[in-house]
Design a protein around this ligand. Sequence first.
Ligand SMILES: [Zn+2]
Ligand SMILES: [Zn+2]
Length: 412
Amino acid sequence: MQTKGNQEMLDRFLRELKEWNQNGKEPQDANIDVRYDLDQREKRVKAAGLSVEEEFAPVKDEIRGVLARRGTVYSTNVVYKETRHTVHYEKDGKTLYNSVKPENIYVSVISRNADHTEDFPYTCPNCGHLTMAGKLQEGCPYCGTRFELTDLYPKINGYYTVPGIVERANLMDNIKRRCLIAGIVCGIAGFLMMFVTHSDYQLWFRIVISLFFSGLVGGMGALMAYFAQSLGLLGKVVYEAGRSVPLLSGLGSKKKMTEFMKAYDPDFSFELFEGKVIAKLRAIAFADSRKDLTVWEGSEDLSMFDNLVDMRYRGSLDVRKIERRNHKIAATVKAYVTDLYYTGRIKAKDETIYATLEIDEDALEDPGFSVHAVTCRSCGASFDAMHRKTCPSCGNAYKLIHEDWVVTSVHK
Ligand SMILES: [Zn+2]
Ligand SMILES: [Zn+2]
């Protein structure tokens, strides 16, 4: 397990995300699905005439780690760490939204196991041509770019954040600093008050009683500051806990779904599924034209997402129902997200999205699969099926559901 490499990848990815907001340069470690998602959101933000600055800054003594899962051919590592997340929306030089919050970021990294040396299909990271990985090392047959195997895997296939409550590392320092300031300010005020109001006493006595009073008031000031901050902190904990209560319903979902899926796909990974659900919901929400989307087979009117500028997963997916019907598997899920809408101003809302996803019962989850590079079952041509329901070479119908989950219903 390349744990250290994954941690470095996470740090690099966070730096690159910041750069992407500044100049549109896409993160080199992101796979084609993540890049598509970034593009879609960029389009939406630009169309609204907004500019966004976003950063996941490092924090002191951060907690970080890896949740590793090894599959037969591919392994998924979820790398996480504490950060300070800053988001700033602006229009015509005017600030519309500014938020600085402690958040934990989770990035899912896919790698190909070292004992699988056989060649595998891969999309050219430069031009999107689907070919074999071995070919890409000699040079892409389409654009000629050459890639090392390390350019192809490991790759980031999704990321999400979970809100933290307070920035743990600086918490005590900040509290102490504010208490000290309050103490000094009150102390000076106390001294001056006593000194000025006792002008008929001898100077040495005025100084002594003023100093005594200053110490008393200063101490009380510091104490009050401490109580006020503790109360504020308690309020924050209660508020964030309240926001998080619904998330608890997702706790048993991983076990429930993994057990159900075992019969159909022994290699099923809930983390991968979770990442896919969010990526698909975002793709549907951000799409300009939803009716030609391959991942969307529902009939609901989704114009409620037309003003959406960001959808952030809150780290909980509740699988309400999972069943087999007509040789398909149907999963009904509740996804907890924070949505940002732009309607002249930016509004952030915690929302629950109900969705149903379906897949053929004999489809196996392939972490290397992407809707942006599929193979036609009839002529073997490769193409991006995101907005195409037929093969561009032979015209044969392409059914995503044979290989991947499609969304058949979405509502709030
Ligand atoms: Zn190429
Ligand atoms: Zn074809």
